[in-house]
Design a protein around this ligand. Structure first.
Ligand SMILES: *[C@@H]1O[C@H](CO)[C@@H](O)[C@H](O)[C@H]1NC(C)=O
Ligand SMILES: *[C@@H]1O[C@H](CO)[C@@H](O)[C@H](O)[C@H]1NC(C)=O
Ligand SMILES: *[C@@H]1O[C@H](CO)[C@@H](O)[C@H](O)[C@H]1NC(C)=O
Ligand SMILES: *[C@@H]1O[C@H](CO)[C@@H](O)[C@H](O)[C@H]1NC(C)=O
Length: 360
């Protein structure tokens, strides 16, 4: 499919999905249109809360040493490097993502962001991919260490939602990897579009380059395939037990596949069985460098600095085309694509029920 045709398809698909999404009259500015310089421009809470359909925002966006503890309700997050990123997870133990999607808080691999710290040993395998248009981190974890109930297959978190106020409400994302000319690692740029899946002891999170065109950001950080999980939204070759950083090509946009020489499109249905007629293929990757987890994640809730990690070896190319690996990373787990699609339906269905409640 030509790039123009591809963009048209995506625009239509997104328009169809957003026909259901409407701004909340009490808080009409979509979260993705709320931009703040870091750190000085950020208000205490970015979600207005006033008589809104959902809410109020449960946490806050100004995060500092006072808020840096394991009860933190910080909702300002980061995706920087393999040893410096945050995941969105519940604030209270034994919670499901579907029940808490609007109130997730930031859990980070290191101190310094005013957040909770991901407990040592929670991450059991992580693959960090740098691509032309986005950075993606996918991996394995013991989700109970991040307050997610054992056995919860989770769902998608992103700055959209049926009322465009985000899941979590008011969640902000920043990074020091953009613009690419920024090499001091101390300049943080707001990420406009991002998405994440967590559950089934796997996770994936992606940030789209905020200096790229808005259509590219929409294309690579789509939020309309929320029941397809990591394996379709963020195809990867991550392995449990391996910690690596690779360069990679951009993925093929979700929902577009070839069959019998034709380029076809798959749209996730609003109701009924979610059964994509293709298997997503991880993009080609190269220059992979592997690390020991201890070198990456030595932070505890009390230490404040982290030395740079030392590589333990190089694995060269992860290759492409293999769908083994963290690919399981569905919003479901696993080894079986069918299972990973099916189990994630809980969060997706909750989303549909919510949309119906708003527009009934
Ligand atoms: C630290 O963060 C808290 C919570 O957002 C905020 O109330 C407080 O004013 C902040 N402190 C400073 C010095 O910015
Ligand atoms: C988590 O919650 C479920 C459902 O309420 C309960 O059955 C289970 O015992 C809880 N597990 C823990 C570890 O508290
Ligand atoms: C910035 O971070 C990258 C990745 O961790 C590292 O390779 C680089 O040396 C850092 N740059 C500076 C100036 O610290
Ligand atoms: C990943 O590996 C750890 C450590 O071996 C294991 O406990 C865990 O069950 C594995 N996770 C998944 C999702 O297979």
């Amino acid at each position: 499919m030509s790039r123009t045709a591809l963009s048209t398809f995506l625009t239509l698909a997104i328009a169809a999905r957003f026909a259901l999404a409407q701004p909340d009259p009490a808080d009409p500015t979509p979260l993705v249109d709320k931009t703040y310089s870091y750190p000085g421009g950020i208000p205490y809470q970015v979600d207005y809360n006033t008589a809104a359909i959902r809410g109020p925002q449960t946490g806050y966006n100004i995060c500092n040493s006072t808020t840096e503890n394991q009860e933190s309700l910080c909702q300002t997050s980061f995706v920087n490097q393999i040893d410096d990123f945050c995941l969105w997870a519940p604030a209270s133990p034994n919670s499901t993502i579907a029940d808490t999607e609007q109130s997730e808080v930031a859990w980070c691999t290191k101190n310094g962001h005013g957040t909770r710290v991901i407990p040592p040993g929670a991450l059991t395998g992580v693959q960090y991919l740098r691509t032309p248009n986005y950075v993606q981190i996918a991996g394995y974890l013991d989700q109970t260490k991040l307050d997610i109930a054992a056995g919860d297959y989770g769902g998608e978190l992103d700055p959209h939602g049926a009322d465009l106020r985000g899941n979590p409400l008011g969640g902000l994302m920043y990074s020091n990897v953009y613009p690419s000319s920024n090499t001091d690692n101390n300049t943080y740029t707001q990420i406009i579009d991002w998405n994440s899946f967590i559950g089934g002891n796997i996770f994936c999170i992606k940030i789209c380059d905020p200096s790229s065109s808005s259509s590219d950001q929409t294309e690579y950080c789509q939020n309309i395939y929320d029941e397809l999980g990591c394996s379709y939204n963020m195809p990867n070759n991550g392995q449990n037990g391996t910690f690596e950083v690779c360069d990679a090509d951009n993925m093929y946009p979700v929902g577009i596949y070839t069959s019998g020489g034709q380029t076809l499109t798959y749209s996730q249905p609003y109701t009924g069985v979610v059964s994509p007629p293709y298997t997503a293929t991880p993009p080609a990757s190269s220059n992979c460098v592997q690390y020991a987890s201890d070198a990456l994640y030595s932070a505890t809730a009390s230490s404040s600095t982290s030395a740079g990690a030392s590589p333990t070896g190089t694995s060269g190319s992860s290759g492409s085309g293999s769908s083994s690996g963290t690919s399981g990373t569905g919003s479901g787990s696993g080894s079986s694509g069918a299972a990973s699609v099916g189990v994630s339906a809980a969060a997706g269905l909750a989303g549909v029920a919510f949309a119906m409640a708003i527009f009934a």
